[in-house]
Design a protein around this ligand. Structure first.
Ligand code: SAT
Ligand code: MN
Length: 592
């Protein structure tokens, strides 16, 4: 790593901002690194880091003829996903974190985690990563600094955020930033915590090198801390993709959609229109695949930015068929984590649909009887600009105006393909009532139904009751807010098969939504909202069985009665803090 100019721990003054230098010095005194490196985000810096990681085995060179500039990282087998049970929101008052979060008092949390950080960087280099979430020149963007001892984190942060000199310049100008301290520690699950101090705009993460636990700009900052900031400042920080739909008339509508982790946000964000739509001139453009920051513009509409600059997508299931744009994006300059490799050293995962695995994600010869080649939560990290459908609007400092907000989850039964909320308050209830089956994105059981309001259960940095009240507060009666919808791509038939083809054909549903926004598409009113009949959607060329039509477009009164009772119980579990308006809405529908 000769090309990286390290400065001694004594030289902690890498910026012109005294508060930043002081914090770096404080962290260095606690963690006692051998060297401190301030990241400038340059190509030379990245090349030196990558060379160092190749030398020590942190990165494994993939086939650079087929995948130039791409690398494989094998994480510790005990460190492959987010750890919700070890993730804490540390507010002075327990109720401010809410029943939706694990809580610890700030004093206890600092004491507990600082004891782990004590001396943990001895023998290691400490990296100081200034980063900006969102376009560097956007008023909607917010900055942070992550201190880490993991060069893998530096390389990922460089792809996922605007990292380095321009971010530092903005931080020095503004004088404020979110502080994120991270160490991989011993990678011991017994010595692992992800702590958030929203009031202090501080994150401390110890003992994991994985994705959402370690790339602190992502879930920790852009959702947990940002949701808290957004509440104070009058905006929204959401677990949503952002896409543009351009119709044959050349009009573009932007849609933000919240689905839980590993439920297809990346696939929807990069949707390829079905053949007939393509011929007619429909186009999808991608702004973001995971996080959306929105705030009302002067015209009363919500304007959104993607705070991220890259995709940290789930590899398994990604194929030329399911997501050709993602596959095209990851042909070069990509960091793969926990995928398998072929005999000629190309990345491989289940559902890729081509090639054969030779080595599995643990680095052992592939044995189908033993374990899958790729971990189910294996990921790729790649710059958003490499995506064929990437939109330059992702750099628009004003953001894009949102026409529709979509909520959805994995619901094998009851929930139809799509419905529209009657108004904003009803839409907030639809989001609050979201449920989904759990996935491999977090440790724990997979396929268990749980409430995951607005796909924010693992990510809301404060009490959900206050969060719903914040959402409700956006309704100023002006009718300029987006329409709210709910979708379910995962409805199953009695035989256990998915009833809706999904992927590109989801554009048929988006087309109906835009038709509703423009007052052109039909629907029938039901207690749960406005449902299209099969005739209101373009189903040309699809072969849907009678069962599929009935279940995808039907309203099942009895099942929904039970669902609404359970939603009522869920809202009640938050006690009197739950906004009355939401309870009233739930009861109105439960009685309908
Ligand atoms: O590991 S991450 O939190 O970044 C991915 C996810 O769970 O959405
Ligand atoms: Mn996510």
């Amino acid at each position: 790593m000769n090309a990286v100019p390290d400065v001694s721990p004594a030289g902690t003054a890498g910026s012109s901002l005294a508060a930043l230098n002081a914090w770096v010095a404080e962290v260095a005194a606690l963690t006692r690194p051998d060297a401190i490196h301030w990241c400038d985000g340059s190509d030379a810096e990245n090349a030196a880091l990558v060379a160092g990681m190749e030398a020590d085995g942190t990165l494994i060179r993939l086939n650079h003829e087929t995948h130039p500039g791409s690398w494989l990282h094998r994480s510790d087998p005990n460190d492959v996903a987010r750890v919700e049970h070890l993730t804490f929101v540390c507010t002075p008052e327990r109720d401010d974190a809410g029943p939706n979060n694990h809580w610890m008092s700030p004093a206890d949390a600092h004491a507990k985690i600082d004891a782990l950080f004590d001396g943990c960087m001895q023998g290691r280099t400490m990296y100081v990563i200034p980063y900006c979430m969102g376009p560097i020149d956007s008023p909607l963007s917010r900055c942070g600094v992550e201190i880490t001892d993991s060069p893998y984190v530096v390389a990922n942060m460089r792809i996922m955020t605007r990292m380095g000199a321009p971010a530092l310049a903005r931080i020095e100008r503004e004088g404020r930033f979110v502080k994120g301290l991270h160490s991989t520690g011993e990678l011991d699950p017994e010595r692992r915590f992800i702590m958030h101090f929203p009031e202090e705009l501080t994150i401390k993460s110890y003992g994991s090198g994985y994705g959402g636990n370690a790339l602190l700009g992502k879930k920790c900052h852009a959702l947990r801390i940002a949701s808290h900031q957004a509440r104070n400042e009058g905006w929204l920080a959401e677990h949503m993709l952002i896409l543009g739909v351009t119709n044959p008339r050349g009009e573009t509508h932007y849609i933000a959609a919240a689905f839980p982790s590993a439920c297809g946000k990346t696939n929807l964000a990069m949707l390829i229109p079905p053949e007939g739509y393509r011929k007619d001139g429909w186009k999808i453009s991608t702004i973001g695949d995971d996080i959306c920051w929105m705030r009302p513009g002067k015209d009363g509409r919500l304007y959104a930015i993607n705070p991220e600059a890259g995709f940290f997508g789930v590899a398994p299931g990604t194929s030329r068929k399911s997501n050709p744009s993602a596959l095209a994006s990851i042909q070069s300059n990509t960091i793969f984590t926990n995928v398998g490799v072929t005999a000629d050293n190309q990345p491989w995962w289940e559902g890729l649909g081509e090639g054969e695995p030779a080595i599995d994600w643990r680095g052992e010869p592939y044995d189908a009887g033993k374990r899958p080649a790729a971990h189910p939560n294996a990921r790729f990290t790649v710059s958003a600009r490499q995506c064929p459908s990437w939109s330059p609007e992702a750099e628009n400092p004003e953001g894009v105006p949102i026409s529709a907000i979509v909520f959805g989850g994995r619901r094998p039964s009851l929930v139809p393909l799509v419905f529209e909320a009657r108004d904003w308050t009803h839409g907030v209830l639809v989001g609050a009532a979201m449920g989904s089956e759990t996935t491999a994105a977090a440790t724990g059981a997979v396929g268990v139904m749980r409430r995951d309001p607005m796909a924010m259960k693992p990510f809301c940095g404060y009490n959900f009751a206050d969060y719903f009240a914040h959402w409700l507060s956006f309704d100023d009666g002006s009718n300029r807010l987006p329409k709210i919808f709910h979708v379910n791509w995962f409805r199953k038939g009695d035989g256990g098969d998915f009833l809706w083809p999904g992927f590109g054909d989801n554009l048929r549903v988006l087309e109906w939504m835009i038709g509703r926004v423009k007052g052109e598409a039909g629907a029938v009113e039901t207690p749960i909202g406005n449902l299209p009949t099969a005739g209101d959607l373009n189903l040309d060329g699809l072969e849907l069985t009678g069962e599929a039509r009935e279940k995808l477009f039907g309203f099942e009164r009895e099942g929904w009665k039970a669902e609404f009772d359970s939603i009522g119980e869920y809202l009640d579990s938050y006690g009197p803090r739950m906004p009355r308006a939401l309870k009233d809405e739930q009861q109105r529908i439960a009685r309908a």
